[in-house]
Design a protein around this ligand. Structure first.
Ligand code: SF4
Length: 404
């Protein structure tokens, strides 16, 4: 069966105030041990994955490009040596603009990282400051120019909307600047406030304002219109791509294909089992260095929960679900209400349906952010985590969720 591999690198230059990912700043002294541990973990766990053919490798974080490109190359070589990775697999590395330059981008591409995902977030300096990002907008433009000059033909820009002080006009300028730079793929996530983050504490103390959900809904619709008019297909609630550039790795999450996870806090999934590594980098290092699989927990889904999860995940994408997956008549109100449409026997979300799904993930979802984390941008919850959808609710198909 086709599968993906997620590799987590937790190091960052600084910690952004809104981020609740497994990221650490000021722990550079752990980097070489961490790379050695990832290599060892690949050796330790690859024997469990001999049946799968891997069609994607995603190195995310944190900020993977805080590591030397030579270390990332060694890592990719080991993963390819230990797992059955297809020759044409999609290989992505995430980067922040201030951790790459012309030389490192050339080295990354030569090493086989053919897809580059840049954390741009905004082209408005005020918004970047509100998000506590350390790079100015110009750094993104420079990184994109350097990536193109290096030969990159598959670029993603990550954006976040709804920070304090951001207006619809400012968001439109960010979208237009993004389009001007011509990435093949754009991810745009609504900022959410996580209580455990510095921004969450500021909001609680009344020192910062939480995002306005109505404004974020308008921003979502504006992103849809603006990116569609520039030729991007809205193929998942938070993702747009030029034809042929949908992210293979993230589609694997939404289609519930298996994935292996390496690194601190990385998740893995296969069949009815989902499991995850311990989250603190030091604990991860200790376990792997002792020759032990660094597993921190696991859960098993019964068939009904698996069905619900697959239904909701697939409904986030334009691939949708076969109409035969639901009882005849159950989908009618949503088809008539313009939230879903029937395309050749598949139920797919309309733009309005995607807006409601977007609002759904901004609501009181349970569980931590998604598998391997890099299916979602910082501050967003684009993929349900363990335990979601709610396991205690009525055991009926989740159509009502579409109208929350
Ligand atoms: S948002 Fe990204 S760059 Fe900022 S701390 Fe989190 S993982 Fe690191």
């Amino acid at each position: 069966m086709s599968a993906g591999i997620y590799v987590h690198v937790p190091f960052c230059l600084t910690r952004c105030g809104y981020c609740d990912f497994n990221a650490v700043a000021g722990m550079d002294h752990l980097r070489s041990r961490y790379v050695a541990a990832l290599l060892r973990e690949a050796d330790l766990v690859s024997g469990e994955w001999t049946e799968e053919e891997f069609v994607s490798i995603f190195v995310g974080g944190g900020t993977p490009t805080t590591l030397d490109p030579g270390d990332l190359k060694t890592l990719l070589t080991r993963v390819r040596a230990r797992f059955r990775v297809r020759g044409d697999a999609e290989v992505t590395v995430e980067a922040n603009p201030d951790t790459v330059d012309a030389v490192s981008l050339e080295r990354l591409l030569a090493a086989g990282f053919e897809r580059l995902s840049l954390g741009a977030q905004s082209f408005d300096g005020h918004v970047l400051r509100a998000l506590e990002r350390v790079h100015p907008p110009e750094a993104v433009r420079r990184a994109v120019r350097q990536a193109r000059a290096a030969g990159y033909r598959n670029l993603n820009l990550d954006l976040i909307y709804g920070a304090e002080g951001e207006t619809l006009e400012s968001w439109e300028r960010t979208l237009l600047e993004t389009i001007d730079l011509g990435p093949e793929h754009v991810s745009a996530y609504a900022l959410t406030i996580e209580p455990s983050t510095p921004l969450g504490r500021k909001v609680r103390a009344g020192l910062a304002r939480p995002p306005d959900p109505d404004l974020q809904a308008d921003m979502f619709l504006l992103a849809g219109e603006t990116l569609a008019s520039a030729g991007y297909q809205h193929y998942e609630v938070s993702n747009w791509a030029r034809p042929g550039f949908a992210c293979v790795h993230n589609l694997g999450y939404w289609e519930r294909r298996p994935y292996a996870g390496l690194g601190a806090g990385a998740h893995a999934f296969r069949g009815d089992r989902r499991w995850w590594n311990v989250r603190p980098p030091e604990q991860y290092l200790q376990l792997v260095e002792a020759g032990r699989a660094p597993i921190g927990g696991e859960e098993r889904l019964d068939s009904f929960d698996a069905y619900l999860e697959e239904l909701l995940l697939r409904l986030r994408t334009l691939r949708g679900v076969p109409a035969s997956w639901v009882y005849p008549g159950d989908a009618e109100p949503y088809l008539e209400g313009g939230l879903l449409e029937d395309r050749d026997g598949y139920l797919v979300p309309t733009e309005r349906g995607m807006l409601l799904l977007n609002e759904l993930v901004l609501g009181p979802a349970s569980g931590p952010a998604g598998p391997g984390r890099r299916d979602a941008a910082p501050g967003a919850r684009a993929i349900p985590g363990p335990g979601w959808p709610a396991r205690t609710g009525p055991r009926t198909p989740p159509w009502g969720l579409l109208t929350m």
